[in-house]
Design a protein around this ligand. Structure first.
Ligand code: CU
Ligand code: ZN
Length: 172
């Protein structure tokens, strides 16, 4: 009898959980080459404590060169040149800037530093972005790898040049 009650309670609890979708605590983006390019990669975004752990792997970069990397405002790669992702994700109205500065776009990420094989990775924990709903949520936004280094000064782009790979940040 007792176990039957527990079973019923568990069933009801399970049903209640299923009616509200779980919060997206993990997201991914597949970076695909834009027109005329061969750069591709993958990014994962995972909630770790009160921060979001960003892990990005990219291949097909110019060997030995730095490449700007940003979260852009719109998760739309349909223009083929990455321009449909619009500008850097900037929910707090800040200037473009380097890591460690409070004066930067939420979407400003550390540069990709390509090795001799044209591969690069970035890992960083950020509290300026979220996976949960809110102004700083990166779900549904764009991820862009650039042809050139980010100078972290030129407004509002960092003068990082063409957009060579584009992805959409999606839950899961
Ligand atoms: Cu960018
Ligand atoms: Zn920026």
């Amino acid at each position: 009898m007792k176990s039957l009650f527990a079973f019923a309670a568990a069933t009801i609890l399970l049903a209640a959980c299923q009616t509200t979708p779980p919060e997206p605590l993990r997201a991914t983006a597949q970076l695909q080459p834009t027109k005329g390019n061969k750069t591709f990669g993958e990014a994962t975004f995972e909630q770790v404590g009160d921060k979001v752990r960003v892990v990005v792997f990219v291949q097909g970069l110019k060997p030995g060169q730095e490449h700007g990397l940003h979260i852009h405002e719109v998760g739309d790669c349909s223009s083929g040149d990455g321009m449909s992702t619009k500008g850097h994700f900037n929910p707090f109205g800040k200037p473009h800037g380097p890591q460690g500065s409070a004066e930067r776009h939420a979407g400003d990420l550390p540069a990709l530093k390509a090795n001799k094989a044209g591969r690069a990775n970035v890992q960083i924990d950020l509290d300026i972005i979220t996976l949960t709903p809110g102004p700083a949520s990166i779900i549904g936004r764009g991820l862009i790898a650039h042809a050139d280094p980010d100078d972290y000064k030129t407004q509002p782009t960092g003068n990082a040049g063409a957009r060579i790979a584009c992805g959409v940040i999606q839950p899961g």
